[in-house]
Design a protein around this ligand. Structure first.
Ligand SMILES: Cc1ncc(C[n+]2csc(CCOP(=O)(O)OP(=O)(O)O)c2C)c(N)n1
Ligand SMILES: [Mg+2]
Length: 387
């Protein structure tokens, strides 16, 4: 078991309800910043974390920095500098907790909203902005960072991840404490996709080393969770034959502990886990969406009281793990990172439009060459016209 988290199969302690009538979820930090020493999932596995003071502060810093970078990207879109942006606001704990639980050898498959996981993987946060500015196809090398490209097609990455997980098992990279594991991110809405359900079947019957990390942020654009399921999502795993656990997705400590344990189970050859991180999308679905059309301001207020960053701040302050100087320093650091991001986005060069044809086929093709020539002639027709 890695430093920072422990999980064992012993009796009792507690988990906490997500809301009235909702089932229990694993929680180690309450919305008012109180630390719960241990929490248990429905299978009797007990979770806790044992971070150093510096590690606790690091989780807080990560969340503050990614929230600020996210806000900067949203502002850049509003100013016409990006085509679109999908904000992660509200989901920082789910992403930092799970992202920091990954070991270097683990492979992650994101959606389009995993900017926090990307950050935890050590990828320059500028990378997805090139994609959303329309100047490149994504930018980072998935093999270098063990973090795949963003996937916009809902649920498709669960199939890629399942195939990858089956592959590493066949390659003999699974079955010990040092084994490899896969994590795949998707949303509550994605659980209605055929791809996701097929991935569950294949992963289950082949005992694939995979963690299905579902961020239930309560909405699929304007569709609320009630339109996706009549049972809590994590309970679906039982029907496919693997473990399903609901974790407080706004609790970075619980997200870390549950993800770390599920990945360790996977790398040891104990098969898949579905983690439902119960959270909330505080912003719009994307910058093309207006959430005031389909949800009440009171709902947002309720979730603001469960904010992942403020509960960690309260915890750090109450335990005297951090003082005002530390909090001010982190804010300054985040501000500087956002400013740096802005400057570099504005300086991104526009690509030559003809590079669009470069990577369609490895060796090109006569049809592609003809299309390139046609497009080049079209572009040339504007020369001297001022457009
Ligand atoms: C196959 C497919 N169908 C529809 C869409 C349009 N679409 C984009 S985001 C989205 C909702 C996804 O909701 P969820 O899975 O809950 O993820 P979230 O955006 O909330 O993180 C839809 C339907 C798509 N991108 N791909
Ligand atoms: Mg959703």
């Amino acid at each position: 078991m890695a430093k920072g988290a422990t999980a064992s199969r012993t009796r009792s302690t507690r988990a906490t309800g997500a809301g009235p009538g909702e089932p229990e979820m694993v929680q180690l930090l309450t919305p008012d910043g109180k630390r719960i020493e241990t929490a248990q999932d429905p299978y009797g596995t007990e979770y806790t974390v044992d971070f150093t003071d510096e590690e606790y502060r690091g989780l807080y810093r990560d969340m503050v920095v990614i929230r600020k970078l996210d806000a900067e990207a949203e502002a850049l879109q509003r100013q016409g500098e990006l085509g679109i942006w999908a904000s992660l606001r509200g989901q920082e704990a789910a992403q930092v907790g799970s992202g920091r639980a990954l070991r270097p050898q683990d492979m992650a498959f994101p959606t389009y909203r995993e900017h926090g996981v990307l950050y935890c993987r050590g990828i320059d946060p500028i990378m997805p902005l090139g994609l959303f500015r329309g100047v490149d196809q994504g930018g980072w090398d998935p093999r270098e960072f063990n973090f795949h490209m963003y996937t916009i097609v809902i649920g498709a990455q669960t199939l890629h991840a399942t195939g990858y997980a089956m592959g590493i098992a066949k390659d003999g990279k699974v079955g010990s404490d040092d084994g490899e594991a896969v994590i795949v991110y998707f949303g509550d809405g994605a659980t209605s996709q055929g791809d996701v359900n097929e991935s569950f079947v294949w992963s289950s019957v082949f005992q694939a080393p995979i963690v299905f990390f579902c961020q239930n942020n309560q909405y699929a654009i304007s569709e609320p969770i009630e339109r996706q399921t009549r049972i809590p999502l994590y309970q679906r795993a039982a029907g496919f034959g693997f473990r399903g656990i609901r974790v407080d997705g706004n609790d970075v400590l619980a997200c870390y502990a549950v993800t770390r344990a599920a990945l360790d189970n996977a790398r040891r050859g104990q098969g898949p886990t579905l983690i439902e991180a119960y959270t909330y999308r505080m912003g719009a679905h994307t910058t093309s969406d207006d959430p005031t059309r389909y949800r009440l301001p009171t709902e947002l207020e309720e979730w603001q009281a469960r904010d992942p960053i403020s509960r960690m701040r309260t915890f750090l302050a109450d335990r005297k793990l951090a003082d005002d100087d530390f909090f001010a320093g982190v804010d300054e650091e985040a501000k500087a990172a956002a400013q740096n991001l802005r400057e570099r986005v504005l300086a991104m060069p526009d690509p030559d439009p003809l590079t669009l044809f470069d990577h369609v086929y490895p060796g090109g093709s006569p049809e592609l060459d003809a299309q390139r020539e046609q497009f080049a002639a079209y572009l040339a027709s504007f020369e001297g016209s001022g457009h």
